[in-house]
Design a protein around this ligand. Sequence first.
Ligand SMILES: Cc1ncc(COP(=O)(O)O)c(C=O)c1O
Length: 521
Amino acid sequence: MNEHAPTGSGSGPSLLDALLRRILTSRVYDVARETPLELAPRLSARLGNRVYFKREDLQPVFSFKVRGAYNKIANLSADERARGVITASAGNHAQGVACSAQKLGLRAVIVMPRTTPTIKVEAVQARGAEVVLVGDSYSDAQAHCDRLAAETGLTFIHPFDDPLVIAGQGTVGDEIVRHRQGEALHAVFVPVGGGGLLAGVAGYIKAVLPDVRVIGVEPFESDAMYQSLKAGRRVTLDHVGIFADGVAVRTVGVHPFQIAQIAVDEVVRVSNDEMCAAIKDIFDDTRSVMEPAGALSLAGLKRWAAANGCRDEHLVAILSGANMNFDRLRFVAERAELGEEREALFAVTIPERPGAYRDFCVALGDRVVTEFNYRLNGRQEAHIFVGVGIDSRRDAAALAGELNARGYETLDLTDNEMAKLHVRHMVGGAAPDVRAERLYRFEFPERPGALTKFLDTLGGRWNISLFHYRNHGADFGRVLVGFEVPDDQEGPFGTFLETLGYPYQREVDNPAYKRFLTPGA
Ligand SMILES: Cc1ncc(COP(=O)(O)O)c(C=O)c1O
């Protein structure tokens, strides 16, 4: 598969021996717990492999980061301890350091950008750390942290580029091996930011079970380890996407890179939509919600297993964290179906005439319509934005082919980021050509056939000038529809509404309609 980043060779056994010794002598269990390795039954059945989750989201700070931070801090000299510790982080490392310092009774200073959400500031303060808010970005915070460390003698705790931090993270590998108790283990998937967790886990596993594959996983938009292994040197990315903020790192660490070169089999990259789908998979099996970086390893596992045609293999995904911003759930839910290849988005051109809508729905067959956006914009043709439930990407391509063959010009927008983020919400506006428009809001039962029933009852008698529907997985589909109904047709139109039997509300007097959807407003 072309996702491989070829791994180079390094100074081999002595490096791994030293790491193994550090892992076996590390101190983490004063603050971290030994987390379970759980079979994911639903996902295993679906993928035809035994998939296990290493539940690092169950740590007291909801991520594995406390292991490395504690091991580093617990190994400081008495003098260093007396002076206290400092780090720059707005994420899981900050909580790991705060929690570790509190346990050991040390002073901890955490430098964060001023833009850090209050909830994260408070979480760190609640663990007794002093928070310094400075600058607008992580690099401002890092620069200030360096200055403070030099001035005050506080010891800087690096989030990944430190042998003791790596060793602490390596205890995750030790637990995985022990929990398998000699049973089959084919591959372990590890999320990668600066590479501390990957180095620790790969180092341990290659030292004790060299045949087990260790596979790093990165988002396409922050793939510093993939690029570095490919180039044979550490590559600094110009910029990184921050959807998976836990792993948004521009340069991997010196130590992690050295270890990854000799102990990591490959690095797989995944899209943000695939991470969203993985969050949903994990939720389905565990009822727990991961942050994007926390589900990254599973997204990589799924991609790798599909690309290699794996069956009956025993695969482990490290669920590394669950510090999820609640507000993000909306985006994750929106994207999960796309990431799972269960929804395709198309722009389709259909004739602008009564009944054309229904014909188009017939052409879709028994596929579920997940979204339908349209606003009258001419008398010849109608451009609709439509979402359709699919089984696979191949199914989507086949459907696009079928629609084109039936004369519906079809453009596949499933991978079009602008369309997914913006255009779907902007279809429409005022329609200068519209005549005698009546606007109604309906509640459709959320089940297959509801839209067809609506169109059948309408029977092509009145032209549809606006249609907005998005499946939100609610009990009812909320649909906004505009009809062109001349005054002398009001009677039959009223009968149509009653016959349909769906709850509805007239919206022509709604000020939002007047302001945004009618011409000359
Ligand atoms: C949830 C989560 N997963 C993965 C990582 C990546 O760890 P590393 O930087 O050691 O590669 C982090 C780092 O903070 C994280 O918070």
